[in-house]
Structure formats: C-alpha cells, structure tokens
Design a protein around this ligand. Sequence first.
Ligand SMILES: [Zn+2]
Length: 490
Amino acid sequence: MSDHKPLTAFFLVLISAFTLCAQEKAASGEQPNKAVIKEVRGYRTRIREMIRTSLKHGQAYEHLREMCATVPKRVSGSPGAAAAVLWAKQLMERLEFDNVHLEEVMVPHWEPGNNPSLRVTSPANAESTRLPFTPLGGSVPTPLEGITAEVLEVQSIGQLRRIGDQAKGKIVFFNRPMDQTLLSTGQAYGGAVRQRTRGAAEAGKVGAVAVIVRSVSTRSDDAPHTGAMSYQDGVEKIPAGAVSMLGADRLSALLKNKKGVKVCLKLDSQWFKDELSYNVIGEITGSEKPDEILVVGGHLDAWTTGDGAHDDGAGCMHSVEALRLIKEMGFKPKRTIRCVLFMNEENGLRGGRAYYRAHLAEMDKHVLALESDSGGFTPRGFSSDAHKEAKIVLDEIAKLLVNAGAGKVYGGGGGADVSPMRASGVILMGFRPDGHRYFDLHHSRNDVFSSVNERELELGAACIASMLYVVADLKDTLKHNPAPKQRARR
Ligand SMILES: [Zn+2]
C-alpha cells in the first residue's frame, strides 16, 4: 500500500495544477461557463425529438412545392413578387404565427424580357450558331435588331484594362471560369463573379458595345446563369448577358481558330419605376422576454431563369418551418423568434436595409439574426461572427446537431439580408449546407423544385429550429458583439 503514496501525491499535484490552469482560463474569459454548458446540454432530448419529428412529417418540402407551383416567378417589383408576398403572408396565417404582417419597402423593378439571343454571324458556317444566353440582372436592352460586332475574349477585368484600346467598338467576352480546385465553392464563386457584377461598367469605360459573361457556375451544361450587375455613373450603359458554360467553351474555341468572329446579341430586358413591395413577417412571441428578438429569414425574391427553389425558396421555407416545428413540439421559448422573408436581396438589398431602418430602435433587443441563403442541401453547420463568449455557447448548441450534420460553427457572417444589423452589434449567423451542388443550379433554369431533396431540406429546417430554440430559451441573454468600430481598434 505504502508503495502507492508517492504516486498519490503526484496525482494530487497534477490535479491542483489542472485546477489552477482552469481558474486562470476562467479569469481570462476563455473558460466556458459551466452552468450554461450544462444548461445547453439539457436540451439534448428535446432537440433529438424535434429532428425526428422533422424527418417524420416536416412540412418545409410541401410548402416549397406549393411555393414553386404557385409563385415561381418572383423578381423584385414584378406582379409575381407581389403574389409571393400575399402567398407567404397567408402561409404564416395558416400556420397561426403571431403578429403576421407586412412591412413596406420600395424596390427596383427590372424584367428580363422574353427573347434573349446570342448568335454567331461570322463565320457564317460556324458549327453552332446559337449560344444559350440570358440577360444579366439589371442590363439595359439592345436595339430591336440587336448589336452585331466582333468579339474580344478576356479572362479578367485587369486584362481588359491592360488592352483597353482593343475593346473599342467590340463585344467583350469575359471567360474566366470558377476555380474548380477550391474546396469552397463559395470562395470559387467570389473569385469569378466580379466579371459579372462589374464587367459591363469596365467594358463601357473602354468603348465596348456589349458584354458577354461566362456563366459563373460549377456545372458544364447549356443553362446560362444570370445574377446582379451594376453600371457606373458617367459611363455608357451597355447591354450584358451570360452565356452557358458549354456555349462559352464553343465561342472560345471558335475565337482560337478563326479571325474576326462576330456575334449578334439581342436583349429585350426592361427597367420600370420603383414599386412598393413588402417584407413578410410572423413570430412566435416569447413566453418570458417577448421584447428580446431572434430573427430568422431568407429572401422571397428570385431571378426568373428558374423558380428560385434553392435560391432562396429553400431558405424561406427553412425559416417558416423552423417556427412551425417549434410550435408543433409545444416548445415555448422565452424570447420572441421572428421569421422575416426579405424582399429584393438579389438586386438591391432594399428589404434587408428597410428592416434594419424600421427596427433601429429595438436593435439592442435583437439577440441574433440567422439567415439561410445557401440552398436546401444537407446541413454542414453554421457560420457566425459571434464574440468569443457567445461563440462558446453556439458551439455547444451545434454539438447537439453533430448527428444531423450541423455540428460546427465556422467563422464568418450571416448573409446579405441580415448584414445591416452588424452595425448594431447583433450576432449574425448563416446556415451552411453542403455547397458542392449549389452553383450547378444558382440563378439558372436548373433551380427548380425537382432539384431539392426532401430529407435534406427538412433536416436543414430542424437544425435551424434547434439553434434558434436553444438561444431563444437560455436563462441568460447572449451579449451583443462589440460595435464594428471598437472591434477594428482591438
Ligand atoms: Zn439568394
């Protein structure tokens, strides 16, 4: 027995060393608050049950089916978007959300037209003369007879600037592909999308007459992908459209083999005056702290190339379903959970900004804002800009979702619609589903209901519901992020 005494002493020293270390960490704010960790773990059974319920008979998928069948065309300011507002409000009323209402927002109204075309006119005997084409969101139209000119291919805005003079009188063809070697498709998208958003303004500066952009996509097919673009004050506004990936390859091959390749580009897109539209809002009123608010949302508007099933019908129905599930489970969160379906994310962000302005006085009571705008695919986690102390709590909640696939909270923001709230220190979160298929569909005719998987969509809604419910129900309120300026100084 006595032989063990030195060992016992050794362990005692070791234990006290650990305790000291833990105390030091607690003093520095690194040690998670044991009480809140324990509190979060107490939700395990409820979360498991909610996930099972969503897989058994969640309704996100059926609601998305109804949305895509009833209000498939929802570009900002259009009659379709107005119909979507009414449909979404009625859905929230049907589900007996609290305080269902509309909040006004003036939005831009641009329509893509019906007959975009891109045709190779020279050489006359080119193998494929018609190339799949769609206007970029916000493009001015061409004259009725179209614009016919020689094509100049470039890989980047930088290259265009270097050879500026050569572009005069020509149609500039931006042909930079997404970098398929990157694991993050979002990062690859970010690397290629500038040619779409800024290409026309840059080409206008050097005297080009129109712009063709290679679709910013991960799938080689004949579906062109649209997306927002903007002009620059004082620079000639020239028409701009996207060609499918295979179309871009064919055009590029032709340019390599032939001299003086010409195309004719026709767009009948149109700008109208701004329209009155709405953010659609419904809630579960908090049972103990109703004035403290968690926002969850997606955007109701969509490009009309497809039906906006993933972008962002899925995010809208995730958000609605999150509230419905919590209600169905009979949970009564202490704080209010507010579902906001934002209008005009794609070409203006007016809905996100209007919400922020209208609720500025209660921003100090906004605990967290979670956006789903990355599609309805298998959950992989969340992103958040939360400060360290709050991040520890969010991480712990995510651990309850490991088996559902959303066990991790990555660094990053929430999404475009909730981004204005950052200025007030509201903690932002984004739902992060698997991203490998999103840009196959994004802003193209492939983004339709049949591309959505029922289990993946329901599981996403359940993960979002879980995160919201626990944060909304914790004893202590998560503290705000420091205001952005303070953070920059630190
Ligand atoms: Zn979107």
